[in-house]
Design a protein around this ligand. Sequence first.
Ligand SMILES: NC(=O)c1ccc[n+]([C@@H]2O[C@H](COP(=O)([O-])OP(=O)(O)OC[C@H]3O[C@@H](n4cnc5c(N)ncnc54)[C@H](O)[C@@H]3O)[C@@H](O)[C@H]2O)c1
Ligand SMILES: [Zn+2]
Length: 356
Amino acid sequence: MQTVKIACTQKKYDVLIGNGLLKNTGEIFKEYFSPCSAVLVTDDCVYALYGKAVLQSLADAGFNTVKFIFQHGEHSKNLRVFSQLLEFMAQHSLTRSDIVVALGGGVTGDLAGYAASCYMRGLRFVQMPTTLLAAVDSSVGGKTGVNLDAGKNLAGAFWQPSLVICDCDTLGTLSDDILADGVAETVKYGMIKDTELFEMLETGDCLRSHPKMCIARCVQIKGDVVAGDEFDNGERQLLNFGHTLAHAIEKLSDYTITHGHAVAIGMVIVTRAAENKKLTKEPCLGRLIDTLKKHGLPIACSFDLQSLATAALSDKKRAGSFIHLIIPIRIGEAQILKLPVSELENFIKSGLGREE
Ligand SMILES: NC(=O)c1ccc[n+]([C@@H]2O[C@H](COP(=O)([O-])OP(=O)(O)OC[C@H]3O[C@@H](n4cnc5c(N)ncnc54)[C@H](O)[C@@H]3O)[C@@H](O)[C@H]2O)c1
Ligand SMILES: [Zn+2]
């Protein structure tokens, strides 16, 4: 097992990455927490696969458990399910000394983490990622939240987990498509910070051959970036490479295009625009496209320019009359571009590379 240590000011915590960890959840909890109640939050699919093993292990170790199971999918990441979860916690008399356990993908982690941040003004929560995307990205860093009708992740809080337990065995039951969502975020880390990781993804299938190493590498990058800029005012914004467009694409598709797939398309649009506008120091679009295609990810979408530009403007990365976009400089290095809102449509047009 590998342990990556995350040192945020709000909280310091361990990310445990290994095999066979789920069935030892209770024993691991005992090392970190005294006996208390744990509310397991998970979706129906993940519950069917792993829920009972986790509950059993926690009970065997002396933790009281209750479970909140919601319907899988991005459509559950909303205020209605969020409020049902808060009411559930109140009905089961959870207190501030108890723990929320998020077992699942990024939807579960974002929803459960946000409830943990709000209920009684905050209680501890443990992330147990079961998708590659959650393992390499969403389970670390403390961004929690839900979608509003107006846009993606528009309600939320910064609330760090107390512990992350990543059992790589869970990745074995993911479909190729859901695995690819996590590959897109891994490519993102390569593009913004880690040339070697990018090259491993470009030339081979390191996520299947060495999942623990790849996950630990992404978690370490995210941990370092987040520790330096917990509240997203500076360097942390680099992690949003491709995300302003991705959030627009997800919303326009009514979430039929999943987050990682949308991130892949978003990275391509931004990289093409950056190259066209001569903002990059070395060409990277070709290598990015080839790598995404190799892992079964899309590189384009059919939404029109006007819809994309309007949806992108509702993204959180807007600061007054400027929007912050992340652009690559070369493979392994990126920077923040402060673009006047009035130029966004033109920038996206250039990134789409098609006649509108
Ligand atoms: N908080 C952050 O920093 C952050 C970062 C990146 C993404 N996100 C969010 O994460 C969400 C996407 O996460 P996701 O892709 O994990 O989606 P998800 O949580 O919806 O999981 C995808 C699907 O995989 C299923 N599943 C989960 N684990 C499985 C397993 N081991 N075997 C088989 N099926 C399994 C789920 O039931 C679900 O249907 C988005 O809402 C995105 O905005 C948050
Ligand atoms: Zn993302």
